[in-house]
Design a protein around this ligand. Structure first.
Ligand SMILES: Cc1cc2nc3c(=O)[nH]c(=O)nc-3n(C[C@H](O)[C@H](O)[C@H](O)COP(=O)(O)OP(=O)(O)OC[C@H]3O[C@@H](n4cnc5c(N)ncnc54)[C@H](O)[C@@H]3O)c2cc1C
Length: 286
């Protein structure tokens, strides 16, 4: 197996595109190195992207935030402007694993690993985040929600690398929140994950919202009916009930020892209600 540490995205994409056997991008390695221990894992080439300029940077601009694909999740919480603008995204990234895992893992890696239970993905989808993708034919952008296509599968073509995650600029009264249920207090995979992102007008009425669910379907899903249930309201009890019902109705979870279908379906609604209340408070709602 070959290990390469290119200095440019062009070289990284060219290496991956030229590979005629399984080839993988290496970011934090917290998924990839675990997979490499499996007997049936095959890789001919590992392309480490951490030496590429800009991949370790968080940049704020008029358009929002650009988070390089090699930025470890722990670094997100050290960026005060990012925490103020997107607390839900940061809290989701900081639920991944442990302090040690967060020192290595990346949100781009969390996305490309394509687990339906990935913690940062519902928060990114609720945030309407996009990714910048470098490939052998140049650069393109895509919505985060379009990257995972099923468990362990992505829409990335051969040779394509996520260069950065793009978070939009925030309106004045906006907030987001992510909550998950795990059977233990930490170091476990989400049985249900919910993210709510909303914007308020001066009177505290919700003017826009995005609600995303994780771990209750083959990919993270955006629940338009849940967003519609709270838009135009001040998040009163009736709106919260409708939001919870829409999230439960949208859930199509698996049944396993970590959570039955009935449990996961119910918890999706419960967490959506709580996440919406936190997002509302963070947006300045009373
Ligand atoms: C002990 C432990 C606990 C964990 N706990 C959680 C948890 O609570 N929640 C959770 O969601 N996950 C958890 N994980 C999984 C893992 O830590 C996350 O998915 C992490 O975000 C992966 O990021 P990474 O940078 O380490 O990815 P890597 O392991 O480097 O890569 C993951 C996959 O994505 C590909 N990839 C990485 N970066 C790119 C890129 N820029 N472009 C294209 N492809 C790319 C790789 O080729 C690989 O297939 C845990 C893992 C461990 C070992």
């Amino acid at each position: 197996m070959r290990y390469e540490r290119p200095q440019t995205l062009e070289d990284a994409a060219a290496l991956l595109a030229a590979a005629d056997a399984p080839a993988f991008v290496l970011a934090g390695g917290t998924d990839l190195l675990v997979r490499m221990q499996n007997d049936n894992f095959e890789a001919d080439l590992i392309v480490d992207i951490k030496s590429i300029a800009g991949m370790g940077d968080i940049v704020q601009s008029d358009a929002g935030f650009v988070i390089g694909a090699a930025v470890p999740c722990a670094a997100l919480s050290e960026d005060a402007a990012l925490v103020a603008a997107w607390p839900g995204v940061v809290e989701a990234a900081n639920l991944i694993g442990s302090t040690q895992i967060q020192g290595r893992c990346t949100v781009a890696g969390n996305l490309c690993n394509a687990s339906p239970a990935a913690d940062s993905v519902p928060a990114l989808v609720a945030a309407d985040a996009r990714v910048r993708i470098a490939g052998p034919n140049g650069t393109r952008e895509a919505a985060v929600i379009d990257i995972p296509t099923g468990p362990g599968k992505t829409s990335l073509a051969k040779g394509e690398i996520i260069e950065a995650v793009l978070l939009p600029k925030r309106a004045a009264q906006a907030g987001d929140a992510y909550l998950r249920f795990i059977p233990r207090t930490e170091m476990d995979i989400a049985v249900v994950g919910v993210s709510v992102n909303l914007t308020l007008d001066a009177g505290g009425t919700v003017t826009s919202a995005r609600v995303a669910l994780g771990a209750v379907g083959p990919t993270v899903m955006l629940v338009d009916a849940a967003a519609e249930a709270i838009i135009g309201t001040s998040l009163d009890d009736a709106a919260l009930d409708a939001l919870a019902a829409a999230c439960s109705a949208a859930s199509t979870p698996i049944d396993d020892k970590r959570g039955t279908v009935a449990f996961r379906t119910k918890v999706a609604g419960v967490l959506a209600r709580r996440a919406a209340q936190t997002a509302y408070t963070r947006a300045g709602g009373k």
